[in-house]
Design a protein around this ligand. Structure first.
Ligand SMILES: NC(=O)c1ccc[n+]([C@@H]2O[C@H](COP(=O)([O-])OP(=O)(O)OC[C@H]3O[C@@H](n4cnc5c(N)ncnc54)[C@H](OP(=O)(O)O)[C@@H]3O)[C@@H](O)[C@H]2O)c1
Length: 270
């Protein structure tokens, strides 16, 4: 029997520039790391300068390209315009745009108020619209790509995440719209992560342990997600980051308008 070669060939994005929104931590940082490993120049973003600079140092260490950070609040239109402008000035354009944000307010239908709904729309949807509008002229200049990091909540509503389950649906509509309006110059796709052990998820579990809901972090992590995960547990951030880099790369040249679950098989629907 022929052995399966598990050393997959990494995508090559040398000479390309990737702008990764909300990337000083977690999934955004993982996407930025995988893009840097593929050789791209990468612009990281977040609001907190110290966290951003620490992430720049980490990501800079992994690839041959240049890595810089630009603080900007994605809910501020002028700040987003400045982020894209600074990227284009530094690297001459934007080839790959990764849409990502922080969490919307968690809670069920009767836990969140009207302001929370509008904030979620601003954070999840309008941040993406702003980034795309500002960077479209650069993306369409070559063979561009857009990858939106969303959530499995768009396929299967998750208890206590009503805003993620509802508002993120609009991001998928945007991705589908872009996959036609920006084609053929730009491919637009979405990744739908299940639970990933990012700092955000770790904080949630640690808080639950502190409240006495679990004895240990491991117990909290294992039981935090109510569904079984066929692959055996929550993902590590690089398992999502590598998929983002693949979708951005020429290896995915015929993948456009797709919504790719990266969830270990948690979602049961076909
Ligand atoms: N982890 C999971 O299991 C999981 C699963 C599915 C979906 N998601 C979603 O994926 C996204 C990322 O989650 P994560 O776990 O990676 O979170 P995280 O570790 O807390 O990272 C969030 C990142 O977003 C930045 N950020 C937050 N608000 C921002 C804003 N207004 N403008 C610019 N940057 C902002 C944060 O930096 P600053 O705070 O310094 O701005 C940080 O870099 C979230 O929308 C989350 O709901 C996560």
């Amino acid at each position: 029997m022929t052995a399966i070669d598990t050393e997959s060939e990494a995508p090559n994005l040398e000479g390309n520039t990737a702008l990764v929104a909300a990337s000083s931590s977690g999934l955004g940082k993982a996407a930025a790391t995988s893009l840097a490993e593929a050789g791209a120049n990468v612009v990281l973003n977040g609001r907190d300068e110290d966290r951003l600079q620490a992430a720049v140092e980490d990501v800079d260490a992994v690839g041959p390209g240049e890595v810089v950070g630009r603080a900007a609040d994605l809910t501020d239109g002028d700040a987003v315009a400045g982020l894209v402008e600074a990227t284009a000035e530094r690297f001459g354009g934007v080839d790959h745009l990764v849409l990502n944000t922080g969490d919307p307010t968690s809670g069920g239908l009767f836990d969140v108020n009207e302001d929370d709904w509008y904030h979620a729309f601003d954070l999840l949807v309008m941040s993406a619209v702003r980034l795309v509008r500002e960077s479209a002229e650069y993306l369409t200049d070559g063979a561009g790509s857009i990858v939106a990091i969303t959530s499995i909540t768009v396929r299967q509503p998750v208890p206590d995440l009503v805003l993620s389950s509802c508002v993120r649906m609009a991001v998928l509509g945007l991705v589908k719209t872009m996959s036609r309006e920006l084609a053929p110059a730009v491919r637009a796709n979405a990744v739908l992560p299940g639970p990933v052990e990012t700092p955000a998820l770790r904080n949630i579990v640690e808080d639950a342990v502190e409240r006495g809901e679990y004895d240990t972090y491991e117990e909290g992590l294992a039981s935090y997600w109510p569904d079984d995960i066929p692959t055996g547990g929550v993902a590590q951030p690089d398992e999502l980051g590598d998929v983002v880099a693949f979708l951005a790369s020429p290896a995915a040249s015929y993948v456009n308008g797709a919504s790719l679950l990266v969830d270990g098989g948690v979602v049961r629907s076909v």
